[in-house]
Design a protein around this ligand. Structure first.
Ligand code: RBF
Length: 356
């Protein structure tokens, strides 16, 4: 379904056909190499968009939502085209793969997502100054060729930690007695160590200050066997609720939850149906909607570059899924009421949890 870019090497083309090819390219595919250095996209510019997925799409909610959102926007513009490129799990190759994608010259905008991408995109933007980058789940100020949007993940993780601790304090059957909440990450990175893990613990401690976090790392974003092993070890050590943020490895955590009987706090999208009865929360980011809106803005020539955006509960881009019948049937009413009241406090601004 996803095609990888190829650098086309034309070795035996005559001068004439090369010139013809270049002229046609300039006419029909105005690209990174052919545009003026403009601060924002303009309607009429090339509407060719590459979605650069730093990893693999399947199994990673953030990337599934990204692709779905861009696809939806592109489908609304007859002249717009897109291609999805999966850069794979070897992060050492991402910079070269991005460079080769952009040097291909077919894309006016590259859309990608994760907090490491601004640093990888900045030198590529410098080298190919007519290309623009739209990066979600990331933060960078002041680069006139890069637009970033991040979610308030302190709020998002706080919601998860609060529900996890409520499950223990409220005596839910699989939650155990230990005042411990588990978090399994694909890898360590600044947003994980500095925002998500502290926000998760902060939420748990808002229920009872005695809570501690058990934090473990898979070491990649795909190893479901390792995810299951870590989750089982964590469960044996007392954690009755585990939040997996480990891409494809999340599947192992879900399987372990079903086998061993513990709860899962799902992150990023709605996960209740992934293990009905085991998944007790879904703290979500509206990545699909944001990707849709910002891709549309680009295609309409209205996407400002260089000014980072942060969106959270009050703006409607971070939320807790409370209208799913599986949540209602799994979590007792008194705990659900406390969750809803927390969401309301964040929405109204009564509780403020800013990032930075
Ligand atoms: N999250 C995923 O679900 N799948 C991934 O493959 C993935 N790769 C990441 C790679 C890097 C270098 C970083 C910094 C984060 C990655 N994330 C991934 C985490 C993602 O950006 C986000 O923090 C979490 O999904 C929580 O919202």
């Amino acid at each position: 379904m996803f095609t990888h870019p190829e650098i086309r090497r034309k070795t035996a083309v005559s001068f004439l056909s090369a010139a013809l090819f270049a002229a046609l390219l300039a006419l029909f595919l105005p690209s990174c190499a052919g545009k003026k250095d403009s601060p924002s996209g303009k309607a009429g510019d090339s509407q060719s968009i590459a979605v650069f997925v730093p990893g693999v799409v399947s199994g990673s909610p953030v990337y599934e939502m990204l692709v779905a959102g861009v696809e939806k926007a592109v489908a609304e513009f007859p002249s717009a085209k897109m291609q999805v490129i999966e850069a794979g799990t070897n992060q050492a190759e991402w910079g070269d793969k991005l460079t080769s994608l952009v040097s291909d010259g077919r894309w006016s905008l590259v859309i990608t997502s994760n907090p490491a991408m601004p640093e990888i995109a900045a030198p590529v933007a410098e080298r190919f100054p007519d290309c623009r980058f739209l990066i979600f789940d990331a933060y960078l100020a002041g680069n006139p060729r890069i637009a970033t949007f991040r979610y308030n993940q302190r709020e998002q993780a706080y919601l998860s930690g609060y529900m996890a601790a409520l499950a223990v304090e409220g005596g839910m059957p699989l939650a155990g007695k230990a005042k411990k909440v588990g978090l399994i990450a694909g890898q360590e990175y600044p947003a994980m160590n500095g925002i998500i893990l502290p926000g998760y613990l902060e939420g748990a401690r808002a229920v009872n200050p005695a809570f501690e976090a058990d934090f473990r790392v898979v070491g990649n974003w795909y190893d479901a066997t390792k995810g299951a092993e870590l989750a089982k070890a964590m469960h044996s050590a007392g954690a009755g609720v585990i939040m997996p943020i480990s891409g494809g490895a999340n599947q192992g955590v879900l399987a372990a939850a079903r086998d061993s009987g513990f709860y899962v706090a799902w992150f990023d999208d709605n996960g209740y149906a992934k293990a009905p009865g085991n998944v007790i929360s879904s703290s979500v980011m509206a990545q699909e909607r944001l990707a849709y809106e910002k891709t549309r803005a680009w295609l309409e020539g209205k996407l400002p570059m260089g000014v980072p955006g942060t969106v959270g509960v009050a703006e409607g881009y971070v939320d807790f899924v409370s209208d799913d019948p599986l949540w209602v049937s799994t979590v007792p009413e008194d705990l659900r009421k406390r969750m809803l009241s927390l969401v309301e406090d964040l929405r109204s601004g009564k509780l403020k949890l800013p990032v930075e």
